[in-house]
Design a protein around this ligand. Sequence first.
Ligand code: SF4
Length: 246
Amino acid sequence: MLTKYFSIVGYSDSGKTFVIEKIIKHLVKKGYKVGVCKYIHHSGFGIDIPDKDTTKFYENGAKIISYVSPDANGIINIEKEGTSSTLRNIENKVDYLILEGFRNLTGVPRMAIIKEESDLKSLLDEFTIGITSHLIDLSKHNLFIKDENIPSFVEKRALPPMTSLNCQKCGYDSCKAFYKALLMEKEDRSKCVLQIRNIKLFVNKKLLLINPFVEDVFRNVISGIVETLQRPDEKINSIDINIKIE
Ligand code: SF4
């Protein structure tokens, strides 16, 4: 399945981590693989404190820092590319990707954790489908979700990110219009031509979205070549190709 995204936004000390912990616990219990990507607002190497080993390795130019401990091991892949490249690296390795603190990122379902009234103006956008607060009473707000319902809400309402092909084959003027209908649960994802893909193109093991026109070209060219190499009585059901460049 395509990785489903869900974004949690809120100012510091609003309770984002508390909410995300509960979401991870719930999804993992259900058997899903979960990834988290955190937006760090300060510059430098954000996940370690200054003067610790990992920061020193980063400052001296290490591109990958990995660690092994008695309980776990992991790899920190350091890139200076944009957000989408980092997210694509995580995609397809997890079923759900929870984004923390990406206030300016649009095109994914979003929940805002509200600290004070004014946050309702600054944190909500057209992709916001839920809000909650541990500090003020929002129970009358039409987007309010009770704390205990948030994990299952995220499981149900997370979506792959909005696309931007704008081919209108779903009957909507734009991908955004279709996506907004999806967010409101008024549409079915299968109506988007990009969901009905018969070709999966992986480059460096990352799945790339290909539009229907390119998909047709691929299918016709590759199956045409393979047909000339096949025994005429053998029916082709699928073709797998793995190309190594270099
Ligand atoms: S079919 Fe998919 S790609 Fe085309 S406009 Fe609709 S949502 Fe966008």
